[in-house]
Design a protein around this ligand. Structure first.
Ligand SMILES: [Mn+2]
Length: 355
């Protein structure tokens, strides 16, 4: 039977402080991994009523669009058992053009229910992978509050050896996800974005989404960051970076050389054992992912990014998908984001490098 999401175990012991809370709605009770078919698993969540009930009122085998649970699909595990931990940061207060990425996490979760749990290419069934959904952070008044809280909330996730899958939110949400990585651990960052995001400060805010790669460089070092898919920079960003030396691979290079070669180049530069993948959905061409705050033409294809995820997966330390702003399209951007999150999980599992 459905249980109140807010009534479940508090994995990091901080729900009383109002973070990673789920504000509304109910969620289907956890179900064990499927042993028969996908349909059987979905049916378990929606038991058929007793015989004789009018046919018109028999509930569908899969959640319908209005009664779909709030959480990420197939996230049935407890926090303790989980290898992957989904969390949402519905924060978009530094968006510089079109706001709305605060609606990204829940829209991505909704669209995650569209997909089968079984992945044809890897043979991995997400229903058998321990995934936990922490819910969303509380809302924040400013970027610094968000940064402080996200750092504190994500550190225990890393310390427990789990891989966070963070759903944003504007790209200002990414630096604290990297900064939360335990001190002493060396981490590389693959930052996939149309923009360089290398401003020192933007509109008076050093925590603006226009400054995110720079904040990450300050944490992990310029030699441990590569930006992929770039096609929009300011002159000042490029000039600043000449002395700092963060590497980037342009969208044009990906188009010219192909994603395999471009990614090989990027991975050769990231010498750390583990890599955090930050994906600004605007790296992908607005023809495919127009539901975003700052759409930039001449972008990567969804297939490019799928392939890039597959190449990073054996070293995956964590991942975020940011800047999905669902009200600017018909759901295709959210669907793509949900599918790419699932791709990261199945590829990481398939390479048997998950701790
Ligand atoms: Mn961007």
């Amino acid at each position: 039977m459905p249980v109140k999401r807010s009534a479940r175990a508090d994995p990091v012991g901080r729900q009383a402080e109002g973070r990673f809370i789920v504000r509304s709605g109910e969620r289907a009770a956890p179900t064990p991994p499927a042993t028969l078919s996908k349909i059987a698993t979905r049916s378990d969540r929606n038991p058929r009523p007793a015989d004789g009930f009018p046919q018109a009122f028999i509930r569908p085998a899969r959640p319908n669009p209005v009664e779909r649970p709030n959480g990420f699909a197939d996230a049935h595990a407890t926090f303790e058992a989980a290898q992957f931990v989904v969390a949402g940061i519905p924060f978009d207060r530094t968006t510089s053009f079109r706001p709305g990425a605060r609606f990204g996490p829940d829209s991505i979760r909704q669209h995650s229910w569209n997909f089968e749990s079984y992945d044809l290419e890897t043979g991995v069934d997400l229903a058998e992978v321990p995934i936990h959904d922490l819910g969303n952070t509380a809302e924040f008044g400013n970027a610094q509050d968000m940064v402080t809280s996200v750092r504190a909330e994500l550190r225990p996730v890393y310390e427990a050896g789990k891989i966070p899958i963070i759903l944003g939110g504007d790209h200002a949400c990414s630096p604290p996800c990297v900064e939360a990585y335990p001190d002493g651990g060396s981490i590389g960052v693959l930052y996939i974005d149309a923009h360089l995001d290398f401003r020192s400060s933007y509109l008076g805010d050093s925590r603006s989404h226009a400054c995110s790669s720079r904040r990450i460089v300050e944490k992990v070092g310029a030699h441990n960051v590569v930006v992929l898919g770039v096609r929009s920079v300011s002159r000042e960003e490029v000039e600043d970076n000449r002395s700092i030396g963060m590497a980037f691979v342009t969208a044009q290079e990906v188009f010219r050389e192909g994603i395999e070669s471009a990614m090989q180049k990027a991975l050769n530069m990231l010498r750390t054992d583990r890599i955090y993948l930050s994906l600004d959905i605007d790296a992908i061409d607005p023809a495919f992912a127009g539901g975003t705050g700052t759409p930039e033409p001449f972008g990567l294809t969804p297939r490019d990014v799928k392939h890039a995820i597959g190449m990073v997966a054996p070293r995956l330390a964590g991942m975020d998908i940011m800047e999905v702003s669902p009200h600017y399209d018909q759901g295709n951007t959210s669907a793509l984001a949900a599918r790419l999150a699932r791709e990261a999980i199945v590829r990481a599992v398939a390479t048997h490098r998950v701790r």
